[in-house]
Design a protein around this ligand. Structure first.
Ligand SMILES: [Zn+2]
Ligand SMILES: [Zn+2]
Length: 434
């Protein structure tokens, strides 16, 4: 049981932000031997037949044992071990989704995701579309997507987040997490550190565009990342306490997304950069990189941009705003067609929705000038890039694009074009106006 998380299980309330918040997750277990508690839950819930979904590695790490535990408890189990694609990787794409659907008997009552982010994204989507609940059994503390609703999928090579469902319960076994590769733990911290820039981006949207904002969700997200940085040594040493805090942070971040029903609190420009790199690597048929590793490195890059913002006085900003040229929708659409290739129409639809009401550039510029004090306060709240680097290094995570394996040309391209990945106001969109 986790004191930090249990307070939110099954909650439903009207929030001062104007939204009704609900968390459908019923149980979260993060402890040694959490695996042994799955069967009891399944029996209690009356699920006589389950389908375990894993990849080759996570089946070895936890799936096989879980199958035994379930079968010993007289639960009927079917297995879907997701095959690698032509790249030798397991990806949340059309192929994997269809495989899991084919492997799931109609009589199966619940899906169990045994794995890290990718397996969860596939299961979350299939569970939602086949109207089954799913249980989460993370095998690595590597992403904050366990508790969330959105399934980032790769469809025809384009990374898109499809609304799906959250798990009904999460069973994170510390003994399993402790055996995961160090790179995955570092990735988990990278994904968490990204909250510093995603929260700042959300605040920009709130202040400059009047975007809906939930103080509670933002506070929980910040608490989640601070929980991790406060236990950095423990996380680096992979102690039970460190892994518990990292997992709690990741799940709490997921819960804060659940509350508002979208990923805004936990995903800003650092994620757009990461998604952009992912799509380009995919197009070039290069090996995928861990989500959190990309996010960590991109967070450092975005924090540098927030730092640069901090040095800009209101007068300097006013001059830049007056001089800055803002591309028209037409120019942006042309640019998107140039750089996004086959995905261009999808990206254009994302950026210029048919019923969209984007503020005209001059109005937005006036708003930025007027709210410059607020913008400065937002920028000041982002930790210095050097601090983020120190945190990442403490867990042996990559800190530069070079260490990650992303070349300077790709970084440059993403700094220009990743803002089109999502129609969300971020530091990248603000910088374009300055
Ligand atoms: Zn993430
Ligand atoms: Zn709220």
């Amino acid at each position: 049981m986790s004191e930090i998380l249990d307070a939110w299980l099954g909650c439903s309330f009207e929030c001062v932000c104007g939204q009704r918040h609900e968390v459908g997750i019923r149980r979260i277990v993060i402890e040694r031997d959490a695996l042994a508690q799955v069967a009891g839950y399944v029996k209690e819930a009356g699920y006589g037949e389950v389908t375990l979904v894993a990849d080759g590695r996570t089946y070895q790490a936890a799936g096989e044992k879980l199958r035994e535990l379930l079968e010993t408890a007289q639960v009927k189990v079917s297995i879907s071990v997701i095959r690698e694609n032509a790249m030798g990787e397991v990806a949340a794409d059309e192929e994997a989704i269809v495989q899991v659907m084919l492997d799931t008997p109609l009589s199966s009552k619940v899906l169990v995701a045994v794995g890290a982010g990718t397996v969860h994204d596939i299961v979350r989507f299939v569970a939602h579309r086949t109207k089954r609940p799913f249980l989460s059994v993370p095998t690595a503390a590597s992403v904050d997507g366990f508790a969330s609703v959105g399934a980032p999928l790769i469809v025809r090579g384009f990374k898109m987040t499809i609304p799906a469902c959250a798990p009904e319960a999460i069973f994170a076994d510390l003994a399993v997490l402790a055996k995961s590769p160090q790179a995955m733990i570092a990735a988990g911290l990278g994904d968490m550190l990204g909250k510093h820039t995603s929260l700042a981006d959300w605040s920009l949207g709130r202040v400059l565009l009047g975007e809906h904002y939930c103080e509670l969700s933002a506070r929980l997200t910040l608490e989640a990342v601070e929980l991790c940085t406060a236990h950095l040594d423990e996380i680096a040493q992979r102690t039970d306490l460190g892994l518990l805090r990292l997992m709690e942070g990741l799940i709490l971040s997921g819960l804060s997304m659940l509350l508002v029903g979208h990923s805004r609190p936990a995903s800003g420009a650092e994620h757009h950069l990461s998604h952009y790199w992912e799509m380009v690597l995919l197009q070039q048929r290069r090996r995928a990189l861990l989500h959190g590793a990309k996010v960590g490195v991109a967070t450092v890059l975005m924090a540098q941009r927030y730092e640069a913002l901090r040095g800009l006085t209101a007068d300097e900003a006013a001059v830049r705003l007056a001089q800055g040229h803002v591309p028209s929708e037409l120019t942006d659409a042309q640019r998107i067609r140039q750089v996004y290739g086959d995905m261009a129409e999808q990206v254009i639809a994302e950026n210029f929705p048919a019923n969209g009401t984007a503020a005209p550039a001059h109005a937005l510029k006036a708003r930025i000038a007027e709210k410059w004090g607020d913008v400065q306060a937002i920028a000041r709240a982002v930790p210095a890039a050097a601090q983020l680097i120190a945190w990442l290094e403490a867990v042996q995570g990559p800190v530069t694009p070079e260490q990650l394996g992303v070349e300077p040309e790709l970084v440059e391209a993403s700094l220009q074009d990743a803002l089109f990945v999502r129609n969300r106001f971020t530091i990248l969109r603000l910088q374009r106006l300055l």
